[in-house]
Design a protein around this ligand. Structure first.
Ligand SMILES: [Zn+2]
Length: 408
């Protein structure tokens, strides 16, 4: 079966995860519908070791080809849930054959997919473009990844391509960040894995932000404004002062690529007490520590200026750059590049400006870079993918299986 035929079956099964129910896994019972369907499909491919766990993970294992048992076991992972925004009614996929590379009105929705917002569209001229009707997401994030893994397995098995052990997982609740907490790393049994959850085909990602949250609690000195001369310390003004001491251009709006930032998430309070909360992001570990040192220095300086105890700073680390782990297993990236080249695909290493499931898995002992699926415009009605891009990503996956079977 072709990738597109699989994808069209998966995306009509709506699987929005529910962030209001993130203490449960899965957060939405709908995810079981897709999980059971995928488990049946894996069994139909002739794979015997398939299970759906109570928390809605689909795990499957394909034993190594005889003689290949000592090869690294390769994991392939994709997530089953979608965002819940733009996912409240049936998804109507639209195929646009021989797409002209120009702005494309999406059905009767009044929305238009524009080259201005998605410049890569111009390069997709002549391909078969898949979109929704503009009233919902499409769901290629991440059902394209599932369809590609499934099609790769079908080809590897049908063509009897020699391989080491292959470990497959389809996971719930990636979009609300809670699913991976329940991932059974030991039961999964892979030495290394890849999430198929990126954008353009050929994309390879293994660097994400180092991340922390910084919480400033500011205590003011409050007196009647009419008699406040040299007495009042206005906590809200101190919060403004903190922000003014940070570099104004190092904010999300002004940064991209491998650039880090300070992001003011909230500022609440009055002259008596104000709290401002930032998140801090940086790819480089040393520069991340320098950002934290800057925040501590600001707190120290303002306490010297306004009195001890005025500013109380709490910094909470959130996650780390998975590059720290991947550096120890550089072949994971070299093999991915080689697989792209063998599939005739230009690879591109791009940064992940956030966290990923693969990041958490990497720090739990399963190195897990992320690969592109051929989709774009995720998390909204402009989500799209091309049939050619998804086919190329599948070719790359088959080559990846071969590369792992050849090397030690
Ligand atoms: Zn995704």
């Amino acid at each position: 079966m072709e990738v597109i035929d699989r994808l069209l079956r998966y995306i009509v099964v709506r699987t929005p995860s529910n962030e209001d129910n993130d203490s449960a896994c899965p957060s939405s019972p709908d995810e079981f519908k897709l999980a059971n369907m995928l488990a049946d499909e894996l069994r139909d491919l002739g794979i015997e070791d398939v299970r759906v766990s109570d928390d809605c993970f689909v795990y499957a294992k394909v034993p190594a080809t005889p003689g290949y048992e000592d090869k690294a076991s390769l994991g392939l992972i994709a997530h089953m849930d979608t965002v819940s925004q733009f996912c409240d009614h049936d998804i109507t996929p639209c195929l646009h054959e021989n797409y002209d590379g120009c702005d494309l009105p999406l059905g009767e929705s009044g929305r238009t997919l524009t080259v201005h917002d998605f410049p890569r569209l111009a390069q997709l001229k002549g391909r078969t473009l898949l979109t929704s009707d503009g009233t919902t997401i499409l769901g290629v994030d991440d059902k394209a990844g599932i369809a590609e893994i499934m099609t790769c397995l079908e080809r590897v098995l049908a063509q009897q391509i020699p391989h080491g052990t292959l470990c497959i997982a389809f996971t719930p609740d990636e979009e609300i960040g809670s699913g991976v907490d329940h991932f059974d790393v030991d039961g999964f049994g892979a030495d290394v894995a890849y999430t198929m959850d990126g954008d353009a085909e050929g994309e390879i990602q293994y660097q994400n932000f180092n991340a922390c949250e910084a919480d400033f609690k500011i205590t003011g000195v409050s007196v009647h404004p009419g008699s406040a001369k040299d007495i009042m310390v206005n906590a809200s003004l101190v919060a403004c002062e903190i922000n003014n001491m940070l570099p104004g251009c190092e904010i999300p709006r002004c940064t991209e690529g491998w650039e880090g930032f300070y992001h003011l998430c909230s500022i609440n309070g009055d002259e008596t007490a104000t709290e401002s909360v930032y998140i801090v992001r940086d790819f480089d570990a040393a520069s991340f520590e320098a950002r934290k040192a800057t925040l501590r220095h600001i707190a120290k300086t303002l306490n010297e200026k306004w009195g001890a105890g005025t500013v109380e700073l709490t910094i909470k680390d959130e996650y780390q750059n998975m590059e720290n782990v991947i550096e120890g297993v550089p072949h994971t990236i070299a093999y991915a590049k080689e697989a792209c080249e063998r599939a005739g695909l230009a690879w591109a290493v791009t940064p992940i400006r956030g966290g990923t499931d693969g990041c958490q898995l990497s720090f739990r002992g399963l190195p897990c870079p992320n690969l592109g699926t051929g989709g774009d415009g995720y998390h909204g009605p402009y989500e799209h993918a091309t049939v050619e891009g998804m086919n190329a990503a599948t070719d790359m996956l088959v080559e990846l299986v071969k590369v792992y079977a050849e090397k030690n």
